[in-house]
Design a protein around this ligand. Structure first.
Ligand SMILES: [Zn+2]
Length: 322
């Protein structure tokens, strides 16, 4: 049979009282079975009781209200070496201001549920740095097995621009790089990754094609629609000879279809690479969507280190195989 201490995740303690402090609740408790410890300095087994002290730590909130534990801790004195000491408490680190349960709860709310740190701070009445320290350190990225790259840009603060730099030995292993149809990104890819195969992203190609249909004049609408339908089938079935035929067939097109044709001709090599390898910028787009959401939830970040730590904690890889 469980008890209220199980519900409150303090089953190693006995509740001795509760108190309402207006904004929050205080639960007074003491450790359930305080075994007489050994002296940490000389290892003597028989130590004397030496008064007690209270320690206050933040614990899991009770609904919308924050909750503190007020723990009565027995102190001991060693008759051999004369040191006084306080034994460790179950579920609470030495000198910590919050319980381990709360620490993992904060990590869950901020990282998994994606709640802004400031909101959690208002709710739990804890310091910003205390909460920040609850977040686990992100796993270091493993670059050794990096073979496929997706290139996309992400916005941090308007006037500043940052570049991800990869060491030369990592770059040498990269086999494919997927990018959207931006000539600057393509130029950078060819300059930095001489051995990599650059692929044009399928979604961005089709987006251009849809725009061509939208912008076509009424007289050319039907022909443009037909061309885009053919292009979609080629991209879906990864039909490489079909793509060359398409470029040849629509060479004399006019209007918006001509513009599309010209762009695709400029990107012919990259689109052919896509049709062979099937690499897209999908994973990068998915991650960027998550990052944009993160930034909006927090109403922007002023500290780049904090922002990058939060991004690393996303650890988001929806399609690890791509
Ligand atoms: Zn001692």
């Amino acid at each position: 049979m469980g008890s209220i201490t199980t519900v409150l995740s303090i089953s190693d303690y006995v509740i001795t009282g509760t108190r309402d402090e207006g904004s929050g609740i205080v639960i007074a408790a003491r450790p359930r079975r305080p075994r007489r410890p050994r002296c940490p300095h000389c290892g003597r087994r028989r130590v004397w009781r030496h008064g007690s002290r209270t320690r206050r730590v933040a614990h899991l909130p009770v609904g919308p209200r924050h909750c503190d534990l007020e723990l009565t801790v027995q102190r001991y004195r060693c008759p051999r070496c004369g040191h006084t000491f306080t034994p460790d408490l179950p579920g609470i680190r030495r000198r910590a201001r919050l319980s381990e349960e709360l620490r993992s709860f904060v990590n869950f709310v901020i990282v998994t549920m994606g709640v802004a740190l400031r909101r959690v701070q208002d709710w739990l009445k804890l310091g910003w740095n205390t909460l920040w320290r609850c977040l686990a350190d992100p796993p270091p990225p493993s670059l050794a097995e990096l073979r496929h790259l997706c290139l996309d840009e992400v916005f941090y603060r308007e006037p500043r621009r940052f570049l991800t730099a990869l060491p030369a030995d990592v770059r040498a292993n990269v086999e494919t790089l997927a990018t959207d149809l931006q000539s600057g990104q393509r130029k950078a890819a060819y300059a930095c990754l001489p051995v990599a195969e650059v692929c044009a992203d399928c979604f961005h190609v089709m987006r251009l094609a849809r725009r061509a249909v939208r912008e076509a004049l009424p007289a050319q609408k039907e022909a443009t629609r037909l061309a885009v339908r053919q292009l979609r089938r080629i991209m879906q079935t990864k039909d490489q000879p079909g793509f060359l035929d398409w470029l040849r067939d629509w060479q004399s097109a006019t209007g918006s279809l001509q513009r599309l044709h010209r762009t695709l001709e400029q990107w012919q090599l990259e689109i052919e690479s896509y049709l062979t390898t099937g690499r897209t910028t999908g994973p990068a787009e998915a991650l960027n969507r998550k990052i944009a959401l993160l930034r909006r939830i927090a109403c922007g970040y002023t500290n780049l280190d904090n922002f990058s730590k939060r991004i690393s904690l996303l650890n988001y890889s929806p399609h690890p195989e791509r």
